[in-house]
Design a binder for this molecule. Structure first.
Ligand code: 4NP
Length: 152
């Protein structure tokens, strides 16, 4: 079993999409995918309606997800931890206990060979097109996660 954790700030916009998209590309018997937020604001809430609508346009259902906060135990549970932006990355790195924890953490878009942007932009305060852009970036990035980690 390979375990992958997607992390953003609130766990209601970007990382729920990342979780849903990656889940749609792998076998759940072989790959466990989860998501979390570095902040506590939205614990227990479902994804933002704009993330739900965007995923739904691509036949991905993320309505059952509930926001939770990243914890230090996630370093024990997961093999790969992908941060959506540099701020999320720094927040996770600040919680690492040793080099083994640190080696599990990567910036999501660093997996792209020629990224137009280095971070998955926070779409929370923007319009609907921000969520479509996030979806497209995560669709490209998760294709490479599947390929690089040999998940298929
Ligand atoms: P996310 O987006 O980190 O992609 O889930 C955000 C959600 C909520 C807030 C910020 C970003 N917020 O400030 O409440």
């Amino acid at each position: 079993m390979t375990r992958v954790l997607m992390v953003c700030l609130g766990n209601i916009c970007r990382s729920p999409l990342a979780e849903g998209i990656l889940k749609s590309k792998v076998d759940s018997k072989e790959v466990e995918v989860d998501s979390a937020g570095t902040a506590s604001y939205h614990i227990g809430k479902g994804p933002d309606p704009r993330s739900i609508a965007t995923a739904s346009r691509y036949n991905i259902d993320i309505t059952d997800q509930r926001a939770r906060q990243f914890t230090v135990e996630d370093f024990d549970k997961f093999d790969y931890i992908f941060a959506m932006d540099k701020s999320n990355y720094q927040n996770i790195i600040a919680l690492t206990r040793d080099a083994s924890d640190k080696a599990k953490v990567a910036l999501m878009l660093d997996i792209l060979e020629h990224p137009q942007v280095k971070e998955v932009p926070d779409p929370y305060y923007g319009g609907d097109q921000g969520f479509e852009h996030v979806f497209q970036l995560l669709d490209q990035a998760t294709d490479l996660v599947v390929k690089r980690l040999n998940l298929k």
